[in-house]
Design a protein around this ligand. Structure first.
Ligand code: AMP
Ligand code: GLY
Length: 433
């Protein structure tokens, strides 16, 4: 089987490693892939960027017998890549442009939730600077200001002061720092509570949630510093117990699926629910129309079923016939980033020496490049070191025990991935005694 995978991050490496477990795979084309992906067997990296959707489409059309395309990142989905590929008759894991609006327009997502009574933070939408500023002057603090469109994860400001909220309004609406994406903004009430990511396979008729996870978005320990794409993940997320999962099914997952159906939105791919467990119950912070990164690097290693079969069943609208089961184990992914991330790139070109793989530890590559003398760091998030073990405690220690083997010049990583989750587990155990 020939498969095409679009994207170049740790998420795509995790997808490719999962797909390769199926012996029927003969060839994977990674567009554009990265240094680690290039070293995988059966993989050919093709230097076409994920956002060059027309070129991706033409390439896909040139591959004879291509059986599945898997689209990793949000941008090509928002640009309609899945629609182009489906028009060629290529089964595609990734929603249509229509479905991708759940992520590409936060205003669309909020209005969708409102139409289908899905719990979320209260919000107002603005495109006028004056109206937005006068709202900020009287609304209770803290406030969350969000650019409507995709902004590479930088479009959200949680403002504790009016000054910060006003600056965020001006940045987006007046200074246009997010370009078109920020021509409309949302101003939301600020919710409080633990955050949970739940990824789900969805073929438009069936929705199957995967094991839950907890991302660590801030750059520095203790959730300090700027927001990043994610500095590490643990799965499952201990805050998300069976009782909460059942509430989420009734109030969030099922109404979302039904909402998509009622609105005639076709959705074959991963639907990501960013949730906050508030004292008034779970609420949706955001939808993403793809696997989270690094969430995929912690969740996919726990999948016991054959990933390729599940992706294929989702793409073909036959998810109800697929088996999806997860190991009753835990995982921890620690991201090693370049110094300066998420700001400017500082140590591009640092040499990465990748040791022999150890059992239960996987190094997913993101910002790496394969050069003739070996692997180098390309900047941003470079590697994701994931460990799987029977308990979360073991997974966290195993991941951190492996980290020194992968360090490159001026690597930056958080040393507290899993700390909140473990503290919660300890406190709940003590509560039970
Ligand atoms: P988003 O890009 O929508 O995921 O937002 C980035 C982060 O901002 C989320 O992971 C939350 O930590 C935070 N956030 C977004 N919206 C809210 C909200 N209404 N209340 C509290 N925190 C929020
Ligand atoms: N880790 C968060 C995201 O992928 O959006």
């Amino acid at each position: 089987m020939k498969i095409l995978v679009v994207g170049s991050g740790g998420r795509e490496h995790a997808l490719i490693k999962g797909i390769l477990k199926n012996p029927a795979v003969t060839e994977i084309y990674a567009l554009p892939g990265n240094g680690g992906i290039a070293k995988e067997p059966k993989v050919t990296c093709v230097p076409i960027g994920a956002e060059e959707v027309l070129a991706v489409d033409v390439f896909a059309g040139s591959v004879e017998g291509l059986e599945l395309a898997v689209i990793g990142p949000d941008d090509p989905l928002a640009m309609g890549l899945a629609d182009l590929l489906r028009k060629r008759g290529i089964p595609c894991f990734g929603p249509s442009m229509d479905g991708a609006r759940l992520e590409s327009s936060k205003v669309f997502a909020k209005e969708f939730m409102q139409r289908h009574n899905i719990p979320t933070a209260r919000f107002s939408v603005f495109s006028s600077v004056e109206k937005a500023l006068s709202h900020v002057k009287q609304a209770p603090l803290p406030l969350v200001v969000k650019a409507d469109g995709l902004a590479k994860g930088k479009g959200v400001v949680v403002a504790k002061t009016r000054k910060t909220a006003m600056a965020a309004v001006l940045d987006s609406l007046e200074n246009k720092v997010f370009g078109k994406s920020g021509e409309r903004i949302l101003i939301e009430e600020c919710l409080e509570g633990p955050e949970v990511s739940v990824l789900a396979f969805c073929d438009g008729k069936t929705l199957i949630p995967m094991v839950s996870s907890m991302d660590h978005k801030a750059a520095l320990n203790g959730d300090e510093g700027p927001n990043t794409g994610g500095m590490g993940v643990v799965a499952p997320n201990p805050f998300y117990d069976e009782k909460i999962a059942a509430i989420c099914w009734d109030t969030i997952f099922k109404p979302t699926l039904e909402g998509l159906q009622k609105e005639g939105i076709s959705y074959q791919g991963c639907l990501y629910f960013g949730l906050m467990l508030t004292k008034d119950g779970p609420k949706v912070i955001e939808y993403n129309c793809r696997f989270g990164d690094p969430e995929a690097q912690a969740v996919l290693p726990l999948l016991q079923s054959d990933l390729l079969s599940v992706l294929m069943a989702t793409a073909q609208g036959k998810l109800s016939e697929a088996t999806v089961s997860f190991a009753k184990q835990a995982s921890c992914c620690v991201v090693l980033a370049s110094k300066g991330y998420p700001g400017k790139l500082e140590n591009q070109g640092a040499v990465i020496l990748v040791p022999e793989e150890k059992p239960g530890v996987i190094a997913y590559h993101a910002g790496t490049k394969l050069e003739k003398d070996g692997l180098t760091a390309r900047g941003g998030r470079v590697l994701g070191i994931t460990a799987v073990a029977d308990t979360l405690e073991q997974a966290v220690s195993k991941a951190y025990a492996a980290v020194p083997d992968y360090l490159f010049y001026e690597a930056h990583y958080r040393t507290d991935i899993g700390k909140t989750a473990l503290a919660y587990l300890t406190a709940s155990r003590e509560g039970e005694e």
